[in-house]
Design a protein around this ligand. Structure first.
Ligand SMILES: Cc1ncc(COP(=O)(O)O)c(C=O)c1O
Length: 241
């Protein structure tokens, strides 16, 4: 049996109480897996790392480097506590695993890239080395700060209501006084005009829009402009009947 937690859900970026889940998994003697595709990058930040408390107790973790690690698509990793876990996936093939090394002979298969797979780890290692942990952490922390700033601005806004406090880089919100279909039209027209890429989703039965902050060059002023741009569009639409 496996118990699976999520560090950064797709819509809200919510992080499960990983330490509690780890404890529960231990109690049940279950495999503990964490999907940290979205928020795994928080681990590099001293300030945000605490949100992942319990992650270190996972038996396996998935991380997407093409999300908040800014790597070219696609670069993902499955990390396991004990590398013998990979034995479950291992299939011996007589033409590759010839056992030559055991006889002191050379087998080029063990000295080259894995057959025709790309060397995706190279881009991750190179960019992490160039940027460095401290700058990398500052970039992620800035995105989290932008999401919190947007949340507060939406809370105070006469048109919008955020649906949950952000734990990561996404903020989901709706426009309570307006026909829910307005949000669909607004999202599409802003996209078609090339002005904004907004997410659109349904949360607890409510149609909603979503800001996901991914670009560390985004400023607080940009956030203000994004919100007022969406407000201008929404207030052109019909109110709830
Ligand atoms: C929580 C979560 N896990 C896993 C994935 C899978 O991502 P990908 O197919 O890009 O690796 C996503 C994608 O958004 C996600 O939000």
């Amino acid at each position: 049996m496996a118990l699976v937690g999520t560090a950064g859900t797709t819509d809200l970026g919510a992080i499960d109480p990983l330490a509690d889940l780890a404890e529960r998994a231990r109690h049940l003697d279950a495999w503990f897996h964490v999907d940290a595709a979205v928020a795994g990058a928080f681990a590099v930040s001293e300030r945000l790392g605490d949100r992942l408390r319990g992650l270190g107790d996972a038996d396996s973790v998935t991380v997407d480097f093409h999300k908040l690690w800014w790597q070219p698509f696609n670069a993902s990793a499955l990390l396991v506590r004990d590398d013998t876990s990979f034995d479950l996936l291992r299939v011996a093939s007589s033409y590759l695993d010839r056992g030559d090394e055991l006889d002191g002979m050379i087998n080029l298969v063990g000295r080259s890239l894995d057959t025709s797979r790309r060397f995706d780890a190279a881009k991750v290692v190179a960019s992490l080395r160039v940027i460095g942990r401290i700058r990398f952490a500052a970039m992620i922390e800035h995105l989290v700060d932008l999401a919190e700033y947007a949340y507060r601005a939406l809370e105070d806004h006469p048109v919008f209501a955020p649906l949950a406090a952000p734990e990561g880089v996404s903020v989901v919100f709706d426009a309570p006084g307006y026909d829910p279909d307005v949000l669909r039209v607004v999202q599409q027209s802003l996209l078609e005009r090339g002005e904004m890429v907004l997410g659109r989703t349904t949360l607890r039965g409510r149609s909603a829009l979503k800001f996901t902050f991914m670009n560390p060059l985004t400023t607080y002023h940009d956030v203000d402009q994004l919100i007022s741009g969406v407000a201008t569009e929404v207030t052109r639409g019909p109110t709830k009947s």
